[in-house]
Ligand binder design. Sequence first.
Ligand code: BGC
Length: 252
Amino acid sequence: MSARGHAFGIDIGGSGVKGAAVDLDTGLITHDRIKIATPQPATPKAVAEAVAELVDQAGWDGPVGLTMPAVVLDGHARTAANIDPSWIGTDARALFTEALGGRTVSVLNDADAAGLAEDRYGAAKDLDGLTILLTFGTGIGSALLYNGTLVPNSELGHLTIDGVETEHLAAASVKDRLGLTYPEWAERVSTVLGTLEALFWPKVFVAGGGISRDHEQWIPLLTNRTPVIPAVLKNTAGIVGAAMAVAAGLTP
Ligand code: BGC
């Protein structure tokens, strides 16, 4: 099936490939997410097969937007985080177009997709100016949005502070790995946000990723200047943003 005002979004992550149809008026998914374990190794061929299986299970025959933990330029993956390195240089758009029988697809970075979704339907929906969304997970993903327009592939998780990449300093996985308390981790996040706000002067930061569910435990501890608000779409943000991207014909 496919339906007017709807598109299908798929979020490809290190552990799961998740997808659902999205109502683009509301930003809500229209049925439970379908999840398939990410094949290991997560090579382009294996992931394309999982994507085709997921879309088949959903019985969806319309356009499909996809997100990946990678820089995506002109449809090509240029980096690969938590997926097989053989993605680097792969024409992901052509691969998925073929795997999905020639239909329209759009491929973009996972954090960029989450940013699009939070900016239109979620935490930043009534805000103008520059919004920076950061996803705190295994790494740190980022999305820059100015009045709803995405500047793709910002990769702020790789900005270095005193020679250390921000995602090595303050990803949620670092908190787990080093056994940091929320106050200890929040200090690191404040350093990252303080550096970013001195460079970009956003009006707001949106904090996403699984750890944003516990936002009461750490957002109040942050000491940087710019307001930080928690993401609201939680685990559907990537799916919703992917669907938005294909509906808008976005080709980062
Ligand atoms: C990658 C980004 C990705 C982020 C979140 C980073 O390590 O470089 O492309 O958006 O992780 O998955």
